[in-house]
Every structure is written in C-alpha cells, then in structure tokens.
Design a protein around this ligand. Structure first.
Ligand SMILES: [Ca+2]
Length: 159
C-alpha cells in the first residue's frame, strides 16, 4: 500500500457540475451531471464566455475540498462571478456574492484561519447569458487566483 495521505499532491478542488439552476441561485442537490477536479477556479473572467461541457446557461457548480494555509491569520477571499457565487470555509459563509441574476460582480470577505487544512466549499451558477467565475485571495500581494498548490480535492484526508 502506498501511504497516499502523506504524499498527497495538491491538484485542485472537486467540482460537482449540475445542468440546472434557478434564477435566484444554484441547484446543487441530487446526482451531479459531471464530476471533475479543477486545478483552480478561474473560468473566463476576461471573456465571460465560460461553457463547461458545452453548457452555456442554466448550470450550477459545487466545489469542495481543502485549502492548506501555511501562515495563519486574517485572509481576504473574493469571487468575481456572473451569475452568483458563495464561499464557505469551515462551514462559515465568507464570501456572499449571490444577488440573483447579476452582471460580473466582485464580493469579498475575511476569514481568520489557523495554519493547516481547512474545508472549503464554493457554489456558483449561471442562469442566463454570459458566465464566468474566479476564486481569489489576498495574502498580502493583492487579489490573486487561489493557486493549485494549496487546493486539495474532497477525497484528500488531512492528517
Ligand atoms: Ca449570466
């Protein structure tokens, strides 16, 4: 047996993709239509033309997994999304960026995190028209896409 938990490779977050949504928010219950691991959450925030699996409208995504915090303290997370999105860390709603159908919009929130692994969950949906989604953090150098090397999929078992 290989002790995978000790040499886990950061490879991104597990994404559950649903080919459905409501006008007011995501629908992320029941069996997903697709499940993948996304290296980063950084989809078409320059073109607003994100079409996962060829879908353009009426889809939702639930990403889940772990984020590894090397230096604890206060960290600001943001999303930039069309339509809405939310971020939860350790079951706390850190970013609330879900106003119903919306133009590309920023929203931020701050989490006070200890060093180590924390559960992270994100919801996103595109009801109609253009779509895109980015997950950012600011660890002192301005808002940047949360990098793959701190993101672990749902199946990862933190020690
Ligand atoms: Ca839209």
């Amino acid at each position: 047996m290989i002790a995978t938990a000790h040499c886990a490779i950061a490879e991104g977050l597990t994404g559950y993709y649903y080919q459905r949504a409501k006008k007011s928010g995501p629908v992320v219950v029941g069996p997903p239509d697709q499940v993948v691991v996304d290296k980063t959450i950084n989809f078409a925030t320059n073109t607003w033309n994100w079409r996962p699996f060829g879908w353009q409208e009426h889809f939702s995504v639930y990403w889940t997994g772990w984020i590894n915090i090397s230096s604890g303290g206060s960290i600001t997370f943001s999303t930039f999304s069309d339509d809405g999105s939310k971020v939860y860390i350790d079951d706390q709603n850190i970013v609330e960026n879900n106003r119903g159908r919306q133009e590309p919009s920023w929203s931020s929130g701050t989490a006070n995190l200890s060093p180590g692994y924390h559960k992270i969950e994100i919801t996103y949906y595109n009801w109609k028209g253009s779509g895109g989604m980015g997950l950012y953090w600011d660890t002192g150098a301005g808002a940047q896409i949360v990098p793959t090397d701190v993101l672990f999929p749902e199946t990862f078992q933190p020690q």
